[in-house]
Design a protein around this ligand. Structure first.
Ligand SMILES: Cc1cc2nc3c(=O)[nH]c(=O)nc-3n(C[C@H](O)[C@H](O)[C@H](O)COP(=O)(O)O)c2cc1C
Length: 492
């Protein structure tokens, strides 16, 4: 089968945060970062392209139409956030920044943000097609099987679920994978400790069904918000409103009463019940494995389907890192952790990076200017158990301020030379992990023990004799950077 590819080139425009996926794609097209692919097979070609693009840093977006076996105007888009400029665009930040500068620009931007509640509207593009009851058929959307050993097609990867806390009333958006079983049955998996799971559990404990709206293909800013650790009790809608500087427009869902984004591509409403559980998974996960295998999970019975004309399904399949999700989440999560350390009152943090290779969870580095005995250990323990880094952590490293925390080679050189394994590593047992964690043995998963250990590595020069530590034998960073500028032609 021949694929036709249209390449569009253009300039990077200076715009605010685009409103909705379609406007966002128009801007990306002007930036020269959109590739159109017609006539692909959803299996395996769309999954293959997603795998290829998301494992190349700074690669373009691919928009598929005329997917074989589906209505020609039903589209799929992948790798939306796989480039720092598209992350910047989504956050309303300048294009052209490196990832560390972007993370810092983001941290500065969120300091002054005030949450903006969503605005209810009566109608919107998502209601262009309304399907109820027996007419519902979720298989009309070209849903790929993303990874070779996935149990089936997953419609929810670049998606999010909207739920309401039945006690406190606040609305949560969370990205949790969604499997397509049949015309009106969807399976979804939420790890213990996540907000959507807490909401669902509260309904189940009251003996009620849990109302859920699922958004498949929405505004990239909403998706971003739903996939990072925004604190308990804060609605991602309010957070997204703050980032754009305007309220998110929502429609009250006719079936559940939940707020659904008026300009989303595809939305369903339905209910999950403790009585309707089915095997979910295996599905390729962000660790690079099929760690959680298959378990029984509640399913969503779809009672209403809404979609725009020519709908676009957003695919963000997690994969072996570094992948798309680790690239954009490193920018966001590193900023979140740095802010948390500030709030803990930790002085002299020079930088933080939650590394892409660890899926932005398994390998966290903080650099500090050491100020007092015990400073480094304090940073290690707090960073490893903070909200933004605790879940499925593994290694947390603290380095001196002359080490760039985002540069893996520099960090590992510091670990190799400034740490003494017998005295520099603290182990924390039974910390917050997940059924996805590949290192938890099957027999512990079987009894619900989803905890794992943490290694906290102090790779700073030992405080007591730091002044006698052997000097580094290369010129200081500024001197090297100047030399690199002067002698750049030698490396051409
Ligand atoms: C593409 C993608 C898929 C994800 N899939 C899941 C999932 O299936 N289950 C889960 O618990 N978390 C999943 N996550 C992580 C959550 O979205 C993330 O932890 C988020 O903060 C959850 O929202 P909450 O903090 O409101 O619970 C996924 C994230 C991404 C980016």
């Amino acid at each position: 089968m021949a694929l036709t590819e249209t390449r569009i080139t253009g300039i990077a425009p200076n715009v605010g945060v685009p409103d909705g996926l379609r406007e966002w794609l128009r801007v990306v097209e002007q930036m020269g970062q959109l590739r159109n692919i017609s006539g692909a097979a959803k299996d395996p070609e769309i999954g293959e392209v997603a795998d290829l693009l998301q494992h190349e840093a700074q690669s373009p977006v691919a928009l598929f139409d005329k997917v074989l076996g589906h209505s020609p105007n039903f589209r799929v888009v992948v790798n939306t956030l796989g480039h720092t400029d598209r992350v910047a665009l989504t956050l309303g930040l300048p294009l052209g920044l490196g990832k560390v500068a972007l993370s810092e620009a983001w941290r500065q931007k969120i300091k002054g943000l005030e949450f903006i509640p969503p605005r209810y509207v009566k109608d919107g593009p998502v209601m262009e097609n309304v399907v109820r009851g027996d007419a519902i058929d979720m298989t009309i959307f070209p849903t790929p099987k993303w990874h070779p050993l996935d149990v089936g097609p997953y419609i929810g990867t670049g998606s999010f679920d909207v739920t309401r806390d039945p006690d406190e009333g606040w609305i949560n958006l969370g990205t949790y994978r969604v499997m397509l079983y049949d015309r009106n049955t969807l399976g979804y998996y939420i790890s213990p400790g996540k907000h959507g799971r807490m909401h669902r559990q509260k309904y189940f404990e009251r003996g009620e069904r849990c109302p859920v709206a699922m958004v498949f293909g929405g505004d990239p800013l909403h998706f971003m918000a739903s996939s990072i650790e925004i604190p308990y009790g804060v609605s991602e809608y309010e957070w997204a409103g703050a980032v754009r500087g305007a309220p998110v427009e929502v429609i009250e869902g006719p079936v559940t009463g939940l707020p659904i984004p008026a300009n989303a591509e595809i939305v369903v409403e339905g209910f999950a019940s403790v009585e309707d559980m089915r095997p979910e998974g295996p599905f390729g996960e962000w660790t690079g494995y099929y760690g959680s295998g298959s378990r029984k999970e509640p399913v969503l019975k779809v009672e209403a389907l809404y979609y725009r004309n020519d709908p676009i399904l957003v695919g963000v399949p997690p994969a072996q890192p570094p992948d798309e999700i680790s690239r954009y989440r490193a920018v966001l999560r590193s900023a979140l952790l740095r802010d948390e350390l500030d709030r803990f009152g930790i002085p002299d943090v020079a930088g933080v990076w939650q590394h892409e290779v660890g899926g932005t969870r398994l390998f966290t580095v903080v650099s500090i200017k050491q100020r007092y005995p015990g400073h480094a250990r304090q940073v290690l323990h707090l960073a490893s158990q903070s909200r933004s880094a605790a879940y499925v952590g593994r290694y947390t490293v603290v380095v001196d301020e002359d080490i760039d925390p985002a540069d893996l080679e520099e960090v590992m050189w510091a670990v190799c030379t400034r740490s003494d394994p017998a005295t520099s590593i603290d182990i924390v047992n039974r910390a917050w992990s997940s059924p996805l964690d590949p290192i938890i043995p099957p027999e512990r998963k079987d009894i619900g023990d989803y905890t794992s250990s943490r290694a906290l590595i102090d790779a700073c020069r030992p405080w007591e004799w730091r002044d006698k530590f052997p000097p580094v034998n290369v010129p200081p960073r500024e001197v090297r950077e100047e030399a690199r500028r002067r002698w750049a032609h030698l490396l051409d």
